[in-house]
Design a protein around this ligand. Structure first.
Ligand code: DQA
Length: 142
């Protein structure tokens, strides 16, 4: 089973962002934790980061994986293109956020992608990704 993980815009600078919202963790550490859990679950994992909306859409369109964990970051709240891309794929997509988007500014309360995702995990810091990986693997194994 192959699971992809895509980190969206500005997550490459996580260590410079507000630790109150995101925790004191960088992307390298999150990816390391994900690889550890993937090994335990005996699944393959590939992690990528991009700041570009079109690149995320191109990656999503490729049916080369069994499932996807997606932290679309700011595009969560703005991108109809991302939503339309997710709606068209056959594999499950789990929406992930480090912070609790509903406890923050109002413009973050609405996710355009939630209705086309299998589910959403928000607010648990790096653990959101680990819970998401467990969830997508459980779903695919069921
Ligand atoms: C985020 C939440 C978004 O609102 C924000 O734009 C991000 C990160 C999160 O992981 O909590 O960049 O997706």
């Amino acid at each position: 089973m192959l699971i992809h993980v895509y980190h969206g815009p500005n997550l490459n600078r996580l260590e410079q962002r507000d630790a109150h919202h995101y925790g004191a963790v960088d992307l390298k550490t999150i990816n390391h934790k994900l690889r550890g859990l993937a090994a335990q679950l005996e699944v393959d994992i590939e992690t990528r980061q991009t700041n570009r909306e079109g690149e995320l859409i191109d990656w999503i369109q490729q049916e080369d994986k069994d499932g996807l964990l997606l932290n679309a970051a700011a595009y969560t709240h703005t991108s109809v293109g991302l939503r339309d891309a997710i709606e068209l794929v056959d594999y499950p997509v789990v929406e992930v956020h480090l912070s609790n988007i509903y406890a923050r500014e109002e413009f973050r309360h609405h996710s355009l992608i939630s209705p086309v995702c299998l589910g959403q995990i928000s607010g648990f810091g790096a653990a959101s990704y680990l819970l998401g990986l467990q969830a997508v693997v459980d779903h695919l194994s069921a």
